[in-house]
Design a protein around this ligand. Structure first.
Ligand code: 13P
Ligand code: SF4
Length: 324
């Protein structure tokens, strides 16, 4: 009898569809995903795919970004409940109020934001290119939203730029506390502590490495260390444990899980492909305005970043052959 993976792969071929999956997804999604990676990598893939249908196993803003980048393609989000709590912390009116307090300052929005918000920002960024994007503006002051912790982390890495941040945050990453890092250090003195920049400053300051989802995975892969504490969403830990069995990975604490990322199951992906549901649409005028903000990021990012090619930085899966 045909299993769910085979059924999905068959539909993918019939419909010329591609599945993009974020690293926070349930790990079994990788069995059918064509590309697995962080938000920068997935937006690069959404922009260049020649598939007719993109199934996005991620959160709403990611599918919306894919639609803006590939307006002629059908973009499907298997479960519509998959929002991002941080992205929902700022709407257009709140953005306008924030900007009006600081006139004539360039505005950088984290990709974790709505199309409406992107449409009125100068440039977008992800956690893997935020430092480069802010630096590229060559400004003394920059407005950054919605994530105050990512913005302040960028400021700490750059000299001579004041990053004025909007008070948004990720509830999942803020569950990680400085005391968790201190107690894990005591318990595992040899381990490297790898942290996402959405974490609180008191956490990033005392970590060994701070970087995006795939930055963390690449660090673990290339490091000579054998033991790592993972201070980000559990999906990263699940993939590292699976992909690097010769190394030891320990979650910083239980329940560092983004509930919205975990909605999609293989059944949902199958139904999304079969019924071509739930289609994400962005009004043309709005999409064109938001595209400028995303395109400026991709252009700046592409100047020196090659697409990830190492395991853990996005894998192309050939059905039946496993990961490459
Ligand atoms: P990445 O840019 O590392 O994929 O992070 C996206 C995100 O939502 C983290 O919470
Ligand atoms: Fe949004 Fe946080 Fe979930 Fe990332 S982990 S998608 S920032 S709520």
């Amino acid at each position: 009898m045909e299993g769910i993976t085979e059924k999905i792969n068959k539909l993918k071929r019939e419909k010329n569809a591609v599945i993009l999956a974020h690293c926070y997804q349930n790990a079994e999604i990788d069995e059918v995903a064509d590309y697995v990676g962080d938000s920068l990598y997935l937006s690069q893939m959404a922009a260049k795919t020649d598939a007719d249908i993109i199934v996005f196993a991620g959160v709403y803003f990611m599918a919306q970004t894919a639609k803006i980048l590939s307006p002629d393609k059908k973009v499907l989000l298997p479960r519509l409940e998959s929002g991002c709590l941080m992205a929902d912390m700022i709407n257009l009116q709140q953005l306008r109020e924030f900007k009006s307090k600081y006139p004539n300052i360039p505005t950088v929005c984290y990709i974790n934001s709505t199309a409406e918000v992107k449409s009125e920002c100068d440039i977008c960024c992800t956690s893997s290119n935020a430092i480069k994007i802010v630096d590229s503006l060559k400004a003394e002051k920059v407005l950054f939203l919605p994530d105050t912790y990512l913005g302040k982390w960028v400021e700490s890495k750059l000299k001579g730029v004041e990053v004025i941040t909007y008070p948004g945050y990720c509830p999942t990453h803020l569950r990680i506390k400085a005391e968790d890092i201190i107690s894990m250090r005591k318990k595992y003195p040899e381990a490297k502590i790898l942290t996402h920049p959405e974490c609180h400053k008191s956490v990033t300051e005392i970590s060994d490495y701070v970087g995006s989802t795939t930055g963390i995975m690449k660090y673990a892969q290339e490091s000579k260390a054998k033991q790592f504490i993972i201070a980000t969403e559990k999906g990263v830990y699940d993939r590292l444990k699976r992909d690097l069995p010769e190394k030891e990975f320990i979650m910083i604490k239980d329940n560092i899980i983004c509930p919205n990322m975990k909605w999609h199951t293989l059944d949902d992906i199958y139904n999304a492909l079969l019924h071509e549901q739930h289609e994400i649409d962005v009004e043309k005028g709005l999409a064109e305005k938001a595209l400028g903000c995303i395109d400026r990021m991709l252009e700046c990012s592409n100047k020196s970043d090659n697409l990830p090619s190492t395991p853990g930085r996005g894998r192309h899966v050939v059905p039946g052959e496993g990961f490459k």
